[in-house]
Write a new protein. Structure first.
Length: 161
């Protein structure tokens, strides 16, 4: 896949075991993505450069995962008009600190915050696909197929007797 349309950014390498589920889900749906480790606190200049260049490079959505203070999604949202989907990382407080940081954004700087951990990463990818599907019939078809497959997998087989 070329020409990524979803950016995945995390505050540290330790967030990758969670956020890789977002990238894997996007790949399953045929959506190209780019993943970066860029800390809002330790690499603010590099983060600024990456975020402000996303639109020009054709990106449409950003998934930002962070733990503890979880400033990364808010910082990203403050620097782009692209939709930013926040994935709180599990932490010493079971991710409560992360999720509260993300959902308490001031009016005017929205971060679409999802569940803590793997479920949030997968759902961020699926929400990204839903956003992209509004203007891309191929992604819409892929998302519909994914959902149908998911629904069929959860059906309980009938007893033939």
């Amino acid at each position: 896949m070329t020409n990524p349309v979803v950016g995945i950014v995390m505050g540290s390498q330790s967030d990758w075991p969670t956020l890789k589920h977002a990238q894997e889900t996007l790949k399953t749906l045929g959506i190209a993505s780019e993943a970066k480790v860029l800390s809002a606190h330790r690499q603010p200049v590099a983060l600024e450069k990456w975020v402000t260049g996303l639109e020009a490079r054709g990106f449409k959505v950003v998934i930002a995962g962070a733990g503890m203070a979880a400033a990364l999604p808010g910082v990203v949202a403050a620097r782009t008009r692209l939709p930013v989907l926040g994935v709180p990382m599990e932490s010493k407080l079971d991710g409560l600190d992360s999720i509260l940081s993300m959902v308490q954004m001031p009016a005017g700087i929205p971060v679409g915050t999802l569940a803590v951990g793997r479920a949030g990463a997968v759902n961020a990818a699926l929400l990204s696909a839903a956003i992209l599907a509004l203007s891309d019939p191929k992604i819409a078809t892929s998302l519909n197929e994914f959902r149908a497959k998911q629904s069929n997998a959860s059906e309980t087989p009938q007893d033939p007797a």
